[in-house]
Design a protein around this ligand. Structure first.
Ligand SMILES: [Zn+2]
Length: 465
């Protein structure tokens, strides 16, 4: 059967309270909601990689395809999926890499097409979805929007977590939310128009058509996951089809916000975690029409990820801090340009993207960064590559306050990795005042800078728990 073998959830740890947004634009605070905020060193591609790593994709020995869905790809010309494949610590890399974009339904589109490919070829395909959509500063648009990523591995397998049972798809054109190719900020039409002629109408029709084509009654759908533009529209739509929301339905809307292409998948995974074995989960993905995908839960989930990701958070102390993190305020680091080159980037792919260490074929010593001569036995150019490991323990660390950073501090640590390598990386998204020797750190993929006219990616540490 074709189904989801495993999955991963990545939410940025930074949170901004809705009340801080309202206070900054001079409106009285409403409700107690909050949103996720991707940091200055994140983009859709880095969040997608972190989603894939949470899905333990690094432990795969072979993967045929990697699909990436996003409306905020860091490159307009150049595949994000191809770059993401280079971060995997095994060979051969997935040969079928595809970017799905331009629609909020890009993620379910990629799942549909992955399902068809697997049915024909028996391949195994990883799918990541991520978005960072920017909104006009000092408007309420930032409320209800969030940043986040999720990933699944779809394959022909005997014991998936959830089996893909049925699908329908429906295309429909409307100016609902959009960005022109040169737009930095999200544009939206008037909410009543969006609800009546867009979201509510399209999703209701898709739901009705789904029931008819699948020959199912509404009570056979035990869980429903929908990427509504906001909670109000979701409740209005559910009322139209006589469904009452499940207790946890609004949680992601209130705690992270609509995360673009990944939002439908995140809602689906939350329902999958809540479902019992044998129950049906319908994922209705809205955007220029709608897709319906019916899954049936087949196995217990060892480590549920949604709750963990929701609980890992660091609050921003103001709306100003949010603007600084999103590079909306000119600071010193904007003029800092380190040396880099496309050739260097190409040569060091295995070292920098996949973070592979060298292992000396003569004495077995493990070395990072890469060298030509083994420091232990002096053998020249005789190395294999081994994964460096995803976790480590801090051996020593430093905090630097002079180097320009939107956070005011740049921390770095040497950590002893599971492979035996002592790895030196910057630290991000942590409580910088409480860094200590012996703490466990995990690797997280980040954007280092934009020097050379391209995005320079590498890994950082994040202090866990
Ligand atoms: Zn050696």
């Amino acid at each position: 059967m074709i189904g989801i073998e495993k999955y991963g959830v990545y939410l940025p740890v930074k949170r901004l309270k809705h009340s801080d947004i309202y206070a900054a634009i001079g409106l009285p605070g409403r409700g107690g909601g909050e949103r996720t905020v991707a940091s200055f060193d994140e983009d859709a591609l880095t969040m997608g990689v972190n989603g894939l790593y949470r899905a333990k994709i690094q432990e795969e020995s072979h993967l045929n395809g990697l699909f990436f869905a996003s409306t905020t790809n860091p490159y307009l010309e150049k595949s994000s999926a191809a770059l993401m494949a280079e971060t995997l610590p095994f060979e051969p890399k997935p040969d079928f890499t595809v970017d799905f974009s331009n629609s909020l339904r890009a993620c379910s589109n990629s799942v549909l097409l992955a399902g068809h490919t697997i049915a024909r070829t028996g391949r195994k395909i990883a799918i990541a979805a991520a978005d960072i959509r920017e909104t006009n500063p000092f408007t309420a648009d930032a409320v209800g929007i969030g940043d986040g990523a999720a990933a699944i591995v779809l394959a022909e397998c005997d014991q998936p977590v959830a089996e893909l049972k049925f699908e329908t798809t429906f295309s429909f054109e409307i100016l609902d939310t959009w960005r022109k190719s040169a737009d930095q900020f999200l544009r939206m039409t008037e909410p009543h128009f969006r609800f009546k002629y867009g979201f509510s109408d399209v999703v209701t029709k898709t739901f009705t058509n789904f029931l008819k084509s699948a020959g199912m009654t509404p009570d056979a759908v035990h869980h429903i996951a929908i990427n509504a533009p906001n909670a109000k529209m979701l409740l209005g739509m559910l009322k139209r089809v006589n469904l009452s929301p499940a207790p946890n339905t609004l949680r992601l809307y209130n705690e992270i916000g609509n995360t673009g292409v990944s939002f439908g998948l995140l809602n689906f995974l939350a329902e999958l975690e809540a479902a019992k074995i044998g129950e049906n989960i319908l994922w209705l993905d809205y955007g220029d029409g709608a897709n319906s995908l019916l899954f049936q839960k087949k196995a217990e989930i060892d480590v549920p990820q949604i709750e963990k990701a929701l609980n890992e958070k660091i609050y921003l102390n103001s709306y100003d801090q949010y603007l600084r993190l999103r590079n909306r305020v000119k600071t010193e680091e904007a003029v800092f340009e380190p040396f880099t080159s496309a050739v260097m980037n190409f040569r060091e792919k295995a070292q920098n993207y996949a973070l592979m260490a060298q292992q000396c074929k003569t004495c077995g010593d493990v070395i990072y960064p890469h060298e030509r001569i083994c420091k232990k036995c002096n053998t020249k150019d005789n190395f294999g590559l081994v994964p460096i490991g995803t976790e480590g323990k801090i051996f020593t660390f430093t905090r630097e306050y002079l180097f320009p950073s939107p956070e005011g501090v740049t921390a770095a640590a040497s950590a002893d990795m599971t492979s035996g390598v002592r790895l030196f990386l910057q630290i991000t998204d942590s409580d910088y005042d409480r860094i200590a020797v012996g703490q466990t750190v995990e690797r997280t993929f980040r954007k280092m800078h934009d020097a050379g006219g391209f995005h320079n990616y590498y890994w950082k540490f994040r202090v866990m728990g």
